[in-house]
Structure formats: C-alpha cells, structure tokens
Ligand binder design. Sequence first.
Ligand code: GDP
Length: 436
Amino acid sequence: MFNTLSDRLTSVLQNLRGKGRLSEADIDATAREIRVALLEADVALPVVRTFIASIKERAKGSEVSQALNPAQQVVKIVNEELVGILGGETRRLNLAKNPPTVIMLAGLQGAGKTTLAGKLAKWLRGQGHTPMLVACDLQRPNAVTQLQVVGERAGVPVFAPEPGNGVGDPVEVARRGIEEAKRAQHDVVVVDTAGRLGVDEEMMRQAIDIRAAVQPDEVLFVVDAMIGQDAVNTATAFSEGVGFTGVVLTKLDGDARGGAALSVREVTGQPILFASNGEKLEDFDVFHPDRMASRILGMGDMLTLIEQAEQAFDADQAEAAAVKMGSGQLTLEDFLEQMLALRKMGPIANLLGMLPGAGQMKDQLANLDEKHLDRVQAIIRGMTPAERDDPKIINASRRLRIANGSGVRVSDVNDLVNRFFDARKMMSQMAGRFGL
Ligand code: GDP
C-alpha cells in the first residue's frame, strides 16, 4: 500500500547518493521533496511539519557534516524519524494479571472490526491463549451472525444474545459475556461493538457505556487505512469520545496512499498494535514500527519475512537457509524447497512485497501470477541435482536441454538463472547489513 510513497522516498534519497558533501541547499531540496511525497500520500499536515522540521534540523547538524557518508546518514535520519512517528518500539498487547484480559474493539462501521475479532482470536490461539468473542454489535443486521461465522473459522466460541430473548442491550450482553468467559475460563475476551457510517453521539455513548461496564484492559480503535485524511478526524473523535489504548490499521493491502498509517499514532498519541492486510483470517500481523519504516524506505521487511518463514519451515531448516543466504551459498534446490514452503503461506505477491526493492518492482508484482511460479518450479525440476546445487555449471547446452525438458523457452531459463544469481547476491548483502 505504500508503493507510491515508497517509490518517491526511495528516489529522493537515491538522488543524494554519490554526493560527497551535502550543502544546505541539498538538504532543503531533499526536505522539500520528502514533504511533497508525504502530503501526496495523505499524511496529516501537522505530522508532516514536525517530521520535516526534525529531519532538517538533524541533517544540518553535526550528525551529517561529520559523517563519512552524508547521504547514508540522511537515509538513517529519515528512517529513524519514520520509526518515531510510527510509534518507536513495538507495543505488545497488555494482558491482565487476573484473567480474563478484556479487549474491546471500537470503530466505524465497515472499518473491519468483526473481521479483526476473528483474526485476533486466531492469533491469540496461536499464542497459546483461549479466547472468546462477544457480539455486542446489535445494530447492524447480520453482525452477530457474521461474528459467529468468523468465530467458527477461527475455532473460538462466540457469546451472543439469543434471538428473541429480549436482550437488545449491548452493555448487558458485554457484561454477561465477561461472566461467561470467567465461568468457562477463557483467558482473553474480545468484545465486538457497533459502529456507524460516521461518528455519531449515540454510537459513542454506547461505546462509552460498554467501556465503563466491562473495564477493558485494551480498547482498540480499528481504522480503515484506505479512508485517507478522514482516518485522522475519526481517530480524533474516538480518542476524545470513548478513548482508546491502541490502534489497529486495516486494509493495508489496499492501494490507498497510506497517510492514515503515518498520522494516527502521532495525532492521537496512541500506539498501533496490529495491522490487517486482507480479508482472510491470516492476513494480520503485529505492527512493528521499525519494520514498517524500512519497508516504506524500500529496505524491505526482512524480519517479518523471516518470522513468517519460520512458521512455514521448521526452525532448523530456516536457520540453515538463513546461514546459506547470508553466505551466498543458496542453491536452486534450497530455492525450490523454500518456494514450495512459501507457496503454502499464501499469495506470493504479498510475501514478495516485503523484499528489499519491492517498491520498485511493483509492476512486476502486479503481473506476477501463480502460473509464472509453476513455470519456475518446472524449470528447476528439469535440472539435474548437480545443476541445482551449483547453477554456475548451467551452460548454453544445458540451458537448451532444460528448456526443452520443461517446455519453456531458453530465455525463460536464462532469466531464472540470472535472477537467481542477482537474488543470491542481494540476500548476502542484506544479510550483512542486518547482521544475520
Ligand atoms: P465492521 O463493520 O467494522 O465489523 O467491518 P467488517 O469486519 O464487517 O469489515 C468490512 C469489510 O471489510 C468486509 O467486507 C471485510 O471482508 C473487509 N475487510 C476487513 N478487513 C480487511 C482487510 O484488512 N483488507 C481488506 N481488503 N478487506 C478487509
């Protein structure tokens, strides 16, 4: 979702490369371009102002003038400031000392609360918790059923008012939900609440009443990152109304400009805890400001990728692959194995988006279809073990044989082998940078 912003920032910063010294004029010009890029991405003006002011101040200070490589120093400053506005440290969920931990969700209708309840439940289960969902959105037709469906998919029970039982009071449902959770010994309760299409007093009143009744350990404000500048206004209204302890950004998979993500934390002072990037239950992750910043700056999100890979591979295999990547010894056999494991993790375009330089590869990503991957798989399978092990031996006649054997053109084989060498080189450079 940050593709445009990411491209802009990367190219602004790339223009600095090769400059031995940076004049004040260079810094001013860079700051100006960053400012435009942020504003175009819908980042709120006050946030942009603060951001640019600190970049200028730091870049003009001794930090840069005394650096061996001023351009890199500017990139470092921009990265650090970006991490700062995204919240600095990763903020973990607050768990109650005496369970159940109560998490209340608040936000506009359509923000993705109900979907998030399911994602959160699934994620919590994965962390060894025994969550339960409580359906307090009694406003929207189907909201209760939708939560029940989501709960079933996530494999967690849902507490909902029984139809016809005269329970129309969400506060009462919330209270009874918590009692039920205590009785059945669930250690986390996620309370889904009603939203409206816009901020309105009655909705806010209801959220305030539920908050007062259940005393949640966390109130998570769920916001659709695609609504642009409105996200900031909505966040402010919820912050002043019901109040919240953390933010969840949803729909980060959309192609919106993403300014919301960069503004909400700074404007409300509350940290972003989670990010949602798709409709499926697994399209969800803990929000790491540092990783998001490096992703925006086109450095890729190696850490998230590694974490996801660890879930798909067994730890020993992942470690062995990481060592091989780092030392530039990755073979096509490893590559094939990893590709098969990766493909189990979901659409490959999502994963590739996290790789360094992915911002600039977005056209290729958009065109990337699973058929292409089938072809890559076929090509590698058409190679002998010796060729997979040491792709350098794949000369012209071998390429022809492989192409014929796997039903592709020689140029496809060339392409794959060349890309593999590039990727291997890039991985070992990245590994060096990240100290892997
Ligand atoms: P609620 O009214 O806040 O409970 O919102 P819902 O959970 O019903 O979500 C509204 C719509 O957004 C549904 O169609 C969801 O499938 C969709 N949705 C939720 N989260 C995401 C997300 O991260 N990405 C995308 N693309 N769609 C999402």
